[in-house]
Write a new protein. Structure first.
Length: 160
């Protein structure tokens, strides 16, 4: 099953590798490749958690809400990092950096708070074991995604 999942993920990345290689423009959630990855992730997550229909619906509703909030924070954080990049290339004073650093720290606190809130809310839907499985799944999915991207890049280099 793991081998089949890796193959499916690899094929998906081969088909969308050109989209993934492009720089981000606009809202990530509007990109087709991102949507396919998110859909695949949700299916794999539900398989991993072995939820019944009722709990699946509750979990996905909370997960979608959490993802939307996190994407907003990630955009805000990326905008601040872009601002730091611009500031570092111009002649700004320490006060400007301090202000941007403080804003960045505030966003990081919001991200941590949202993550804590989400995990706390999951206790209403999932058992502790399932929450642990979710946390492990999240980490492993990101690792698998990175590895799949590396594999696709290696294949592209070999093909040239």
């Amino acid at each position: 099953m793991k081998y089949l999942g890796t193959i499916v993920l690899g094929v998906m990345f081969l088909a969308t590798s050109s989209l993934l290689a492009q720089p981000e423009r606009g809202d990530r959630s509007q990109r087709p490749a991102y949507d396919r990855i998110e859909s695949y992730k949700k299916v794999r997550m539900l398989e991993s958690l072995k939820l019944d229909e009722e709990h699946s619906a509750k979990f996905i509703a909370r997960y979608n809400k959490h993802s939307e909030v996190m994407h907003g924070f990630e955009k805000e954080r990326n905008d601040l990092v872009d601002k730091l990049d611009t500031q570092s290339k111009s002649d700004v004073g320490d006060g400007d950096y301090s202000q941007t650093f403080n804003l960045l720290l505030d966003v990081d606190k919001k991200i941590s708070g949202e993550r804590l809130l989400f995990l706390t809310e999951l206790k209403e839907v999932l058992s502790n074991k399932q929450i642990a499985e979710y946390i492990v799944f999240e980490r492993n999915f990101v690792k698998e995604l990175r590895q799949a991207v590396r594999d696709v890049q290696r294949e592209r280099v070999k093909g040239q």
